[in-house]
Design a protein around this ligand. Structure first.
Ligand SMILES: [Fe+2]
Length: 304
């Protein structure tokens, strides 16, 4: 793996996964899933899509009906306009092609400015600053919640991507200012050892991950969201089971982020992971061969 030191200014590093765009086939199914199962707030709504809120940001997730049933784009935050300029310089020095977002495109994302580029898997990547925060519009969960979604300095959650070229992906996300590396080694009978990579850019133990042996049909394997209350995780598990939604990985506790979590199918055939009490990003690297407990895979075909 390329661990070459990249000269950079930490002040322009990305600070969080700020927003995500997803493409879906069934808007109604997604609306029910996001609200009644998970507890997010729907904003707007047309025949083409709607947005989802998790906190006081204008929105965190943009759901568009385009039939792709996959991730459309990932939005990575930097601190401010200077940081965005620093990132533009960094990308130019590394010969990574990017475009500057127009005023219209910034308006569309409810941010002050952005750069547009692609990650090595071809996932549309936006680096932005200045999200619109609506303190006048408190978060209104789609179903009763005991607590809230853990966002703030943790960003919206984490994503597990399907990256065909793991070395290229590692170099790219390090270039954006993320840190981390291999955190698990899994021996697979008759196959190469799986060594998933986990990178962080804030307190959240990891914000993006990928690895050899995790290349699925979709460009995203899962998105993870974290509740502040264990009761919301338990309630979500009840609702998922009541609605007969496939639980792909049972309740368990990861060794790396320490979160208690489970994975279940979404209406587009990939996974959402819901968790509680993940720990802070580590100052020093370590790796594992298993989790504390649980996370048994019950349903195949979701790339895990
Ligand atoms: Fe995860």
């Amino acid at each position: 793996m390329n661990t070459r030191h990249l000269p950079r200014n930490p002040a322009s590093d990305v600070t969080e996964l700020g927003y995500v765009g997803i493409g879906v086939s069934d808007l109604d199914a997604w609306r029910l899933y996001a609200t009644e199962v998970v507890g997010m707030e729907v904003r707007g709504g047309t025949d083409e899509g709607f947005q989802l809120r998790l906190d006081t940001w204008h929105h965190r997730i943009d759901v568009q009906k385009d039939g792709t049933d996959d991730v459309r784009y990932l939005g990575w935050r930097v601190a401010d306009a200077d940081a965005l300029e620093g990132m533009a310089e960094r990308l130019a020095q590394a010969n990574v092609a990017f475009q500057r977002g127009t005023e219209e495109e910034s308006e569309e994302r409810n941010v002050l400015g952005l750069l547009k580029l692609s990650d090595p898997a071809g996932i549309a990547t936006e680096i932005f600053y200045g999200p619109e925060v609506e303190n006048q519009r408190p978060f209104h969960p789609g179903r009763p919640l005991h607590g809230k979604f853990l966002t703030g300095e943790h960003g919206l959650g984490h994503c597990f991507l399907s990256e065909p070229d793991v070395d290229a992906a590692y170099g790219f996300y390090k270039l954006l200012g993320m840190r981390g590396g291999v955190e698990y080694k899994f021996d697979t009978p008759g196959g190469p050892q799986r060594r998933p990579v986990f990178l962080h850019c804030n307190r959240r133990q990891h914000t993006v991950s990928f690895g050899h042996g995790y290349q699925g049909k979709k460009r995203i394997n899962h998105l993870m969201f974290e509740y502040t209350s264990l009761d919301d995780l338990g309630l979500a598990l009840d609702i998922v089971q009541e609605k007969g939604i496939p639980i792909v990985r049972r309740l368990g506790r990861h060794s790396n982020d320490g979160a208690v979590s489970f994975y279940f199918g979404n209406p587009s055939g990939w996974l959402w992971e819901l968790g509680w009490q993940g720990r802070d990003a580590p100052a020093q690297a370590e790796y594992y061969r298993g989790d504390y407990y649980g996370h048994q895979t019950d349903v195949k075909g979701f790339g895990l």
